[in-house]
Design a protein around this ligand. Structure first.
Ligand SMILES: [Fe+2]
Length: 327
């Protein structure tokens, strides 16, 4: 059976398994099935990316742009960069100002839409209009961190979560601002193991902005085991009460920093929530990286994002932006 026939066969089953955050079989069971399916489809790409990481990472990074600083190391599932010195960050912030001026403060989705408090104002045309975002996402400084964490050459996600999101969180758009719901509640992402986010604050962020809030990996994993999370018995979202019944609330870290601060985090390992009662609008860039073999079915059931590529792009950039590439 070739891949296209496999896709056609699997699509309705995958849609049912993924529905309602994998509730039919439970998250862990569905992730195992999805990983099995994705290995059939992308096992070769996965092995190729792993081998490139092992044997050629230094050369690929050098070709892509020599590292200007010692690599950032994620510890306990996360790392914070407050240096404001990552390449292309200045341009990202400059372009973000234009996008915020043009699109913020207006609710674009209809009333009652999923996650009304959180809207992604990024459009596919922005990839060409504002190249700073892809330049930042594929810079050697950023990719060295993500590659090391994945022990492979990563993919800028083409399905869930979107590889690039430009997010406004705003309590004024929230149908129930006083009642945390959906991603305002603790959860661990199931898309890919591991899944790494790079979050960039596009405006100064304080507790009043509904900051992205997380527990370090070791604390999260302790809570996951204690709560039997990802099992069939437990839903995707978990109340504060349940989480803080097994870990100290003081372990929670709020991503409250000045504009231009960058957080690297394994969202598939760390409990997190965000956009809770953003009485001041929060603006955040969210980049999502996965391995070649995901643990969900989103590629089987969703259209794929295609990123622009040029002949002159480095090999590393081409590999990150083109999941199907093989040497
Ligand atoms: Fe999440």
């Amino acid at each position: 059976m070739n891949n296209s026939k496999l896709d056609v066969f699997i699509r309705p089953i995958a849609a049912r398994l993924q529905a309602n955050h994998m509730s039919r079989l439970g998250i862990a069971n569905t992730m195992r099935l999805a990983y099995f399916y994705n290995r059939l489809k992308f096992g070769r790409q996965n092995r190729w990316r792993g081998a490139l990481y092992q044997r050629q990472l230094a050369t690929l990074l050098e070709e892509n742009g020599r590292l200007s600083r010692p690599p950032i190391e994620m510890k306990d599932g996360w790392a914070l960069d407050t240096s404001m010195s990552l390449p292309y960050l200045d341009r990202v912030l400059e372009d973000s100002d234009k996008i915020i001026a043009e699109r913020s403060g207006e609710r674009r989705s209809s009333k009652g839409a999923y996650r009304s408090y959180f809207q992604d104002v990024w459009t596919p045309e922005d990839l060409e209009r504002y190249p700073s975002f892809l330049d930042f996402a594929t810079s050697s400084e950023v990719l060295s961190v993500v590659s090391y964490y994945l022990q492979s050459i990563p993919v800028l996600s083409t399905a869930l979560p979107a590889g690039i999101r430009f997010v406004e969180s705003n309590a004024a758009f929230d149908d129930q601002p006083d009642k945390p719901h959906d991603s305002q509640l603790y959860h661990i992402d199931y898309y890919s193991l591991p899944n790494v986010y790079i979050l960039v604050l596009l405006r100064d962020t304080t507790p009043q902005h509904g900051p992205w809030t997380f527990l370090p990996r070791s604390v999260s994993q302790k809570a996951r085991r204690a709560l039997n999370y990802w099992s069939r018995q437990r839903g995707y979202r978990v109340s504060d009460e349940d989480v803080y019944s097994v870990v100290d609330r003081k372990e929670a870290i709020e991503f409250c920093y000045p504009r231009g601060t960058v957080l690297f985090i394994e969202s598939s390992g760390c409990f997190h929530y965000g956009s809770r009662n953003s009485i001041k609008p929060r603006f955040q860039l969210m980049l999502g990286y996965t391995g070649a073999c995901r643990t969900d079915f989103s590629e089987a059931i969703m259209p794929h994002q295609v990123y622009p590529l040029c002949d002159s792009d480095s090999r590393l950039r081409k590999i990150v932006l083109n999941k199907n590439m093989l040497g």
